[in-house]
Design a protein around this ligand. Sequence first.
Ligand code: GAL
Length: 579
Amino acid sequence: MTLRALSVAFPVVALSIALSACGGTSEPPPEVDDDLPLPLVPGPAPTPPMGWSSWNGYSTHISDAIVRQTADVMVSSGMRDLGYVYVNIDDGWEAADRAADGSLQAGAGFPNGIAAVADYVHGLGMKLGIHNDRGNETCAMFPGTLGHAMQDAMNYAAWGVDYFKYDNCATEMNTNTIDQDYIEMGQDLTAATQTLGRTPIVYSICAWKFYEWSVGLGSLWRTSADIRPAWTTTEPNAAGVADILVNNQGLGAYAGPNGWNDPDMLEVGNTSAYAGVPSLTDTEQVSHFTMWAISASPLIAGTNLVSMTDATKNILTNAEIIAIDQDAMGLQGAMVSHQVVTATGMEKDVSIWAKPLNESGARAVVLLNSGPTPQDITVQFKDVGLRAGSAKVRDLWAHADRGSFSDKVTATAVPSHGVVAFKIVGSEPTKPKGTAFLSDLTWTYASNNLGPIEKDTNVGATAAGDGTPLTIRGAAYTKGLGMGAPAAAIFRLAQNCSTFHAEVGVDDVTKGAGSVDFQVWADGVLLFDSGVVTGMSPVVPIDVSVVGVRRLKLLVTATPDGPSLDRADWGNASVDCAD
Ligand code: GAL
């Protein structure tokens, strides 16, 4: 069955009319006036960068001509106008040696130099990206940056480069720590653009896994080993689409305007088997693109666009899926439910992913079947942070409105490794009234690195409901939220509340280990930052004004020692609101 043939079951329009006619439902009216859309946050990457990179499709076989032809196709195919504006030259553009003055120079494939390509791309209304490496060589053994960071940054800025990907090969002769190198290059790029009066360069950190120091430094940072055009792979130092999703999703709390988790470039359109592993099927390619979009990932096409098929083009140019990725709210979709059955003959693995969109009551929702057989998948509206009751459902691959549904909607026979993507527009949770514990409210978004966020217990391990009482330095809390850093939860206050209160700390279950940072954000503004709180720190009280706040976000970040044992408790987390 193709995705287009999928249908959702049980439209309930007639049923809800019948119920309201006999007085069976009485939903409060939506409170849309309190949920105004957020404006775009200024900066080099307010939404996840979109474009193309040469690596996945061409390896080092690249040239000035290929880059120009690709840029032309990005215009003629409509990709540029859909947001794919970065034209990125990856490894293999350089001459074998630096010039006499130490400058990097373009190789024979780029006889007019990089500045000429940048001019061409800029002339088409797009931007140019380039690649290098913090070692003495790139992975493809062209000259690396080691010892030349400032000189190279000045050249990139002078050539008109707009996007720089900094890789991690050949570091044996490099005595710096990895964070020193990435921080130095970030500073040098900033200095170079300021010196030459250019706009900031998008800084892509490619360190093959997530490091805490990337947040606030890069515009995007790789969270995985190199992607392969496969659903899953056992190849060392490489990852398939499904492998990447697993480790990227726990980092959702870090993603946001001007700083995105990067699960690597797209493999849509790359259909040759790689290292003996079968390539992605058509269904898997649709799922790959959709999961990157719900994850607010950079969308960097990685195929030969000049010869792409209509099928590839249809995937890359689905404007409704791109809109999920580019939504100005900037949230990385979280897995809100996961059902796994391992019994032989009954195997099942279905998950539901959701993110609030920048429109009152709107959620992007993806139903993913990672198991071996077709499955019906039902999403409950309350599980995506909406009120139960009526919501409108649109299918973003069928480009069809499915109508209004009550409480839930089902996608039938979602194929193995397939997805159904919905935009669901219902009602935001009701305004909190009086003094309300956050654990008694519905969050509109939650991302947690260790299973789900727990209400009124600590986070335990990965299973839902596996926590123990919230306890910080011997003090027990019967109400509160238990998180596993990095984690974030958003609550709708709808301008109805005056103060937020909590007593926070690392849970005693870690026996003094763990270290986190508690932050409170209101409509994109930082209200409170605890600094580093360890498993030995005393309880930290928080009392902040939330007058006029629409959306309250609680964020816990892990400190540079990583997320191990970072069980973060928000004891007594509550808001005082009008009645
Ligand atoms: C890898 C990187 C790839 C690509 C390649 C080029 O380290 O992860 O995305 O840039 O180097 O050699």
